[in-house]
Design a protein around this ligand. Structure first.
Ligand code: SF4
Ligand code: SF4
Ligand code: SF4
Length: 297
């Protein structure tokens, strides 16, 4: 991972410090104190989520997305493909287990958006390099470079990329990069009223998740665990799952063993080294084509 440029480092550290101030004020958006930073993460403590969907509204407001309707789906139905009108989904499931005396019949809610995967299928398949990892570990789409080919949409492990037909570009959660660069925390984190969402440096977020798992286990949730530590080499979104990682697909709409599709890996290996040659050839063909058109006219 490349070094974070000094100016960006200062601004994002500012975002983390701002989150720390919210923490001391006892508001949602709690996060860690400013510390040396090269990767950010979001904690999603599903044990605190009430399914209120305020995060969706905050995301849509900040990103000026036109929310047409809330689409509800259960974790058991699987993950629907995202639209460009909504970059977060909240799946739900009525958990029931006779073995679980701590909370039988409890509703489970899971906030889902782009996971900002370290091993990201979308990055591997994008033919023009429009999707890339940033210096702080997030996955970003450069809308000026996107050619609307839909490869990232078809190959995303979590089905979370939408397509904007009017602009002919793929779009998804940006991790609020525009807010972070202004020293603000993500809009969904700031709006969440229950403290489910926390933004901070990855190391600090992992510490918080581990501490929460210990707390939940003490309360009787013996299977509690963290999703996103090892999955796809680590996800930018780290989940505390009260009911554990086993059956995470049916309980939380999170695949138990998420993978980069084999075709996407092969495409990345074969195509990436010759990408610049192919793009140059395409540009040359277009240039020749234009020249010929001019001669004929
Ligand atoms: S969740 Fe999908 S879009 Fe987001 S980084 Fe992973 S593969 Fe790419
Ligand atoms: S981080 Fe920003 S863009 Fe991503 S889901 Fe939250 S509000 Fe939306
Ligand atoms: S705003 Fe917070 S509590 Fe409400 S659905 Fe989103 S993550 Fe859950």
């Amino acid at each position: 991972m490349t070094e974070v440029p000094r100016r960006q480092f200062l601004k994002i550290s500012g975002a983390i410090a701002a989150a720390a101030c919210l923490n001391t004020a006892g508001l949602s958006g709690t996060a860690a104190a400013a510390e040396p930073l090269n990767e950010v993460s979001m904690l999603i403590d599903t044990s605190k989520c009430t399914g209120c969907r305020t995060c969706i509204i905050a995301c849509n407001n900040w990103n000026r997305l036109k929310l047409k309707e809330f689409k509800f789906h259960t974790a058991r139905e699987g993950r629907p493909r995202f639209s460009d009108h909504q970059w977060i989904d909240v799946a739900y499931n009525r958990y029931s287990s006779k073995e679980d005396e701590a909370a039988p019949g409890k509703m489970l809610y899971t906030r889902i958006s782009c996971m900002h995967c370290r091993d990201a299928a979308c990055v591997q398949v994008c033919p023009v390099g429009a999707i890339h990892h940033t210096a702080i570990g997030t996955v970003e789409i450069d809308e000026k470079r996107c050619i609307g080919c839909n490869y990232c949409i078809a190959n995303c492990t979590f089905n979370v990329v939408g397509f904007n037909r009017a602009l002919n570009i793929a779009r998804k959660c940006t991790f609020c990069s525009d807010r972070l660069s202004r020293g603000m925390i993500p809009a969904c984190v700031q709006a969440c009223p229950t403290g489910t969402l926390v933004f901070g440096s990855r190391n600090r977020i992992i510490e918080m998740a581990e501490a929460r798992v210990v707390e939940l286990k003490k309360k009787g949730a013996s299977r509690a665990g963290i999703y996103g530590l090892d999955e796809l080499d680590g996800l930018g979104m780290l989940y505390v799952l009260e009911k554990g990682l086993e059956n995470s697909e049916t309980n939380y709409a999170l695949p138990e063993d998420p993978q980069v599709p084999a075709a996407a890996s092969a495409w990345g290996i074969i195509y990436k080294p010759i990408r610049s040659v192919v793009i140059a050839a395409m540009a040359f063909a277009l240039w020749v084509n234009k020249g010929e058109s001019r001669v004929k006219s």
